[in-house]
Write a protein that binds this ligand. Structure first.
Ligand SMILES: [Zn+2]
Length: 444
């Protein structure tokens, strides 16, 4: 108990200190290794010195890392445990990180937890957030707390401010509130991956990043854009865009100048910016991607997240995850095969692996048919010892079939199928050490 209080006091002091610096109006703070930043400065217009970017020459579907995300959901008695919101969070993360060719993807850790505590439902930014973020922590993943509201109340002031999210650099955890923009979690995880706000320090002359990309620091040859703001030269210097952008993503601060008298020309679409309408944000720059990949390469768990290591094959989720529950089932379209897999999740040293042995899919039958409806299931590379397939119609179990030694295509038929929504649960009964892919297909 005493330790808890010491820690609490410590983190309150830290958060006060961070806010008292030049971080006014900031949600979060992060530190970047300056040594690395200099390595990713462009050599010329097209080339980057960054070894990771050159090495991978990333294309749209390249995936270098898949990072498990563990959610801690603070709830009260009224909210239901509905994992479909978690699937949405993961899908938006993967959307923003794939359209920008980052090589980074995320998967849902199946051991997410619901915490039933009324008084934490609206989490206090100063007192409760750092403490909870330190407490709700699992290893080998990104920990994300979901609260209903994240509230910041200034001391000696009754004014309340609501926050969409925050990243705590000490606990390395993320907290987000509900009903936020689709890009908020990507922004906070951007901080986890080493990124800072492009407007960092703009209000303070000493810290301000100049608009010019060529201005150098006094008494040194280093470029100012490498040393100030987010320390990246391919993200333009900008003011906090909350006040200076309209709802349609246009910049409205045309008369705002940096301390050298140059007008700002910001990018209103950068995920790390504070664009007023947060839905405008959808971009990471090349240097931001390079920095994220670098931060990952230094993360002690990243070797378990890397996709090109043979031993990690067993950790790779399929493209339809998370789908461990009926609520997170993936739609199966007629005559369109899907390849799914069962996989395990690394949970840290001396910890038991977590297994994902259940998949849910659903399909909609628009009209009742008088002939049988056939579901096909086959293994892809290896044979399955045993699978259990359950089919539900309107929450009622209508068929259950155990499949053993699946080496060729198996058929499951539903006779005289009525129109409606069908759910299929596919369970792996006997664990195998091999890759566990299967193909599922429904014929109309
Ligand atoms: Zn932020």
């Amino acid at each position: 108990m005493l330790l808890k209080h010491i820690l609490l006091t410590y983190f309150v002091l830290i958060s006060l200190k961070t806010n008292a610096q030049f971080f006014d109006n900031e949600e979060c703070s992060v530190t970047i290794s300056d040594k690395y930043i200099r390595k990713i400065i462009p050599v010329n217009e097209t080339g980057f010195r960054n070894p990771l970017l050159n090495q991978y020459n990333l294309k749209k579907n390249d995936v270098i890392y898949i990072i498990p995300v563990k959610f801690w959901i603070f709830k009260n008695k009224k909210t239901s445990n509905d994992p479909s919101e978690l699937k949405e969070f993961i899908q938006y993360l993967n959307y923003y990180y794939s359209i920008n060719n980052t090589g980074i993807r995320f998967s849902l850790r199946p051991d997410y937890e619901y915490i039933n505590k009324e008084k934490l439902f609206n989490l206090r930014y100063y007192l409760q957030a750092p403490f909870q973020s330190l407490k709700m922590k699992s290893k080998a993943c990104i920990n994300v707390i979901i609260v209903d509201k994240l509230v910041k109340k200034k001391f000696f002031n009754s004014q309340k401010k609501k926050y969409a999210g925050t990243y705590n650099p000490i606990s390395n955890g993320v907290i987000i509130s509900r009903n936020i923009s689709t890009s908020t979690l990507s922004h906070e995880i951007g901080h986890y991956l080493g990124l800072k706000h492009p407007h960092r320090g703009w209000k303070y002359k000493w810290f301000q990043e100049p608009v010019s990309r060529t201005k150098t620091m006094p008494f040194s040859k280093k470029k100012m854009c490498e040393c100030k703001g987010d320390k990246l030269c391919d993200t333009p210097a900008e003011p906090n865009l909350t006040k200076y952008t309209d709802n349609k993503c246009n910049y409205t601060g045309w008369n705002i100048k940096d301390k050298y008298g140059e007008v700002y020309k910001p990018d209103t679409h950068n995920i790390m910016s504070y664009t007023n309408n947060r839905e405008c944000r959808n971009k990471f720059t090349k240097q931001q991607i390079a920095l994220m990949l670098h931060t990952l390469s230094e993360n002690k768990y990243s070797k378990y997240w890397k996709t090109d290591i043979t031993e990690n094959k067993k950790y790779l989720p399929d493209a339809f995850e998370p789908d461990n529950y009926k609520e997170t089932a993936t739609e199966l379209f007629f005559n369109t095969p899907q390849i799914h897999s069962f996989h395990s999740i690394y949970a840290g040293k001396n910890k038991k692996l977590l297994y994902d042995r259940t998949d849910w899919v659903y399909f909609n039958l628009k009209k009742t048919i008088n002939r049988p409806l056939t579901l096909y299931l086959s293994s892809v590379e290896f044979t399955f010892p045993e699978l259990l397939i359950s089919i539900y119609y309107n929450s009622q179990l209508i068929s259950e079939k155990k499949l053993t030694n699946i080496s060729q295509t198996n058929k499951i038929t539903v006779n005289k199928a009525k129109a409606g929504k069908y759910f299929i649960k596919i369970q792996q009964i006997v664990e195998t050490e091999r890759e566990k892919k299967y193909m599922i297909f429904i014929k109309n």
